[in-house]
Design a protein around this ligand. Sequence first.
Ligand SMILES: [Zn+2]
Length: 414
Amino acid sequence: MINTNFEKLLLKYFNKTEHKCYKQDCNKIAIGSHAISRNISLASISVDGNMKYFKSKRSGKESKTLILDDIGMYEASKFQGFCLEHDGGFEFLGKNSYKYNVKQILMQCYRSICYSLFKIKPLADQFNNDSFDFVRELVMKPSVIETLLTEVVAESNDSIEVFTEKLGKDRTLIECLRGRLEELIDEEVLRFSYEYDKFYDLKQTLEQTLEILEETKTNEPLVKFESLSDPFGVGFFYKRIDMNIPVALLNQHLIDIRGNATFLFFTVIPYEDGTEIYWIFDNKYRHVFLNEWEKMLMNEIEIINRIESSMMHCEQWFIDPKVINRIPPERLKIITEDIYFIHERNPFKDYDLSIFDELRLNLLENLDEQKKLREKNKINSIATREPSHVRDKKLRESVLKSPSKIIERQIRQT
Ligand SMILES: [Zn+2]
């Protein structure tokens, strides 16, 4: 059932048959294409043509839950980003599980960014819509107002009883609350448009870089490269491992680096005989990401750990149903609830439950006793969580704080 402007807006956008090609100066209509290749990647993690993914579903009047559902390999990662001609530029990626030069890697980086751009566009478009209807809907919920009220009461140093009494008599307090709500709405609108602008800049830079590579015919060989040096402006790391990690992932994470908001694009591409991992980011923060990247590449279990953390922080991924079927129902229930409470986790910290049990068990042998125990606990221990209403409250409080706050400050500085 669709009953909000927000849902109507998304449905209209994603069902729209005509989207313009993302390639600069191309005015042709985009066809449906895959951000991760169907034949050599999605097919390798499908059972009867299907994968599992998290789909958001309305539950009750003002909340949503994420539920596990099936998705066919024709639909997974599909987006209307490029016209027939420009989609042809990705042909190599659909036929080869190995990359041989920088250009081929950058083509996948470019495709991943365009996918994220496509997903965020309907929200950013609201910046040009003065009514901000859907953002009002997102913000003006009884639960948010209640949280806001608690915040304003705390600032006033009054007890809730005294405050409520004052509220009845003092119009300026009501105005103050109203002002805070308007501020929140503006912040949200600003955040969506800021994210879109950042993604768009990255897309443009990658496009220019690819054009330069094309002109100079630089086919910098990849042999011996694990993390590429970056001569271009966009930072990226690339790694191919021989182990098959059965998930196709196109995530992006908003990261707070010492009070600065920035994005990390995390792409994982599975193949029958291996897995590719891509990180794409603002090169200004290269040293920070390099540190995390090197920690991840220390061993295969750390790679699994980082991918699981990313999966629990952003749900733009599709997984082999066999992995999900192996997880006991009690743990799967917790995972399904946890994915909603993203404020509780960080993409660089390990998630305390296992998703890839089989891979994890196979890798345990090479670990020291302490690490072995830690990894085993992700499979065997019974996780405890706070009651939902407590987690809900904390989630709402975190929405009122970061990371939109950081973005807001950043926009003011520039
Ligand atoms: Zn085109």
